[in-house]
Ligand binder design. Structure first.
Ligand SMILES: Cc1ncc(COP(=O)(O)O)c(C=O)c1O
Length: 396
């Protein structure tokens, strides 16, 4: 199947942020008449599996696009997917399908933390984690991750201290972690649960990168349902199957009380059902064998991309790519003392677009994130250009 992923696809006419010059030129000052290596944005340069494309086309051909409702087949598909991919049995009654992960976080925050009350995040992390807290006028509490042995570790003393000191109501957890690519281990998950139980903190577990664990298993909080008192999992097939533009997601609740409270808030605030194409796409993704096989093959391909880029970038002595357990994003530390603004300019001059530290919540300067969900020939060209950048800086 590797040949499918080796193919360079042209997304420039798909009106998507990643490759549409109309959009890109408003954000990145790059010469678009020359070769551009866009390694930003967490989506993939691979075509979505055929059965999903077919399901979307079939829905489009029905020729009306009005309000939808939550379909039983969609709930069944989520249930089957968890069983098949993660070997987890979930309760169908505890699933609710809605219109996007970040949107659902806002509703959950409004239920479990009053204005001015505290919500904790572990940083650095995907920036909207910070924004949802600040935009809802809750107090943002930060527990900094520790960079050690090429990966992030949790500072549990500080985690507990921040929770106790600030009477934290919600912990928004990135599981697996973006941008660190980290899958959390059993002992870490257990400790998080014990501390959150002790202080009655709701765990809001964002598991959107969970289908993309490259080796080993995704450590969903659902595996620990018997231990964890109060949690909500937020998830969707968007990352695994490149469906982010369909604006849909789902929540899985630890118990009926939390479900009722959150859904009550939804009723007041939002249209609950997702885009009309989301459910057919998700059902196709989660139930067709070709999509399942495609995901497996894609992850193997991305893992080989990871091994390649890690070994190539490690040849540049000031670059330290982090270990990546999950997803297609690799977080790279630059140990040289460089002028941040100048560095960005050099990247842009070479047509290389990445996400620098300032795109993440509370990330220290000196890091950048590379998206490696692309064909290997394109990745090799991008690596060569990154080497050229560090050559120009006399660092390679
Ligand atoms: C950790 C994480 N959560 C949520 C999202 C976005 O989810 P949605 O588009 O459904 O709001 C992303 C996108 O990159 C992400 O990395």
């Amino acid at each position: 199947m590797d040949k499918i992923f080796d193919k360079k696809i042209d997304r420039s006419k798909n009106e998507e942020k990643k490759w549409s010059v109309e959009y890109l030129k408003t954000v990145f000052p790059v010469d678009y008449s020359k070769k551009v290596h866009n390694l930003s944005i967490a989506d993939i340069d691979f075509e979505t599996p055929e059965s999903i494309v077919k399901a979307i086309a079939e829905r489009a051909n029905k020729k009306t696009y009005s309000y939808g409702y939550v379909q039983n087949a969609a709930i069944d598909a989520i249930y089957d997917w968890y069983k098949k991919l993660h070997n987890i049995t979930i309760e169908k009654d505890m699933i609710k399908i809605v219109d996007g992960i970040i949107n659902s976080m806002m509703e959950i925050i409004k239920v479990y933390a009053k204005v001015g009350e505290s919500v904790l995040i572990q940083t650095p992390v995907y920036k909207p984690f910070q924004e949802v807290v600040e935009n809802t006028q809750r107090k943002l509490i930060v527990n900094k991750l520790i960079y050690k042995n090429n990966q992030y570790e949790i500072d549990f003393d500080d985690f507990e201290k921040q929770i106790a000191l600030n009477d934290v109501k919600i912990f928004i957890w990135c599981n697996p972690h973006n941008p660190g690519g980290r899958v959390w281990h059993d002992d870490e998950v257990i400790k998080i649960i014990e501390i959150c139980n002790k202080y009655n903190v709701l765990i809001l577990s964002d598991e959107v990168h969970g289908d993309l664990v490259l080796k080993g298993e995704h450590n969903s909080i659902l595996k620990w349902r018997d231990k964890a008192k109060n949690f909500v999992v937020v998830n969707s097939p968007n990352k695994g199957f490149n469906l982010a533009g369909l604006y849909g997601s789902y929540m899985i609740f630890s118990n009926q009380k939390i479900l009722d409270q959150v859904m009550e808030m939804y009723k007041h605030n939002r249209v609950m059902t997702p885009n009309v194409f989301f459910q057919p796409a998700m059902i196709a993704a989660y139930t067709n064998q070709d999509a399942f096989d495609w995901l497996k093959a894609m992850k193997n391909y991305v893992y080989d991309n990871y091994l390649l880029i890690k070994s190539e970038l490690s040849k540049i002595s000031c670059l330290h790519p982090m270990n990546m357990d999950a997803s297609y994003i690799i977080w790279v530390k630059i140990s040289a003392n460089l002028d941040w603004v100048e560095l960005k300019k050099i990247f842009f001059k070479h047509g290389v677009i990445v996400n620098f530290s300032d795109a993440f919540a509370y990330a220290e300067p000196g890091w950048f994130r590379i998206n490696i969900g692309l064909s290997r020939p394109e990745l090799i060209k991008a690596i060569d250009e990154i080497k050229a950048i560090f050559k120009e800086l006399n660092l390679y």
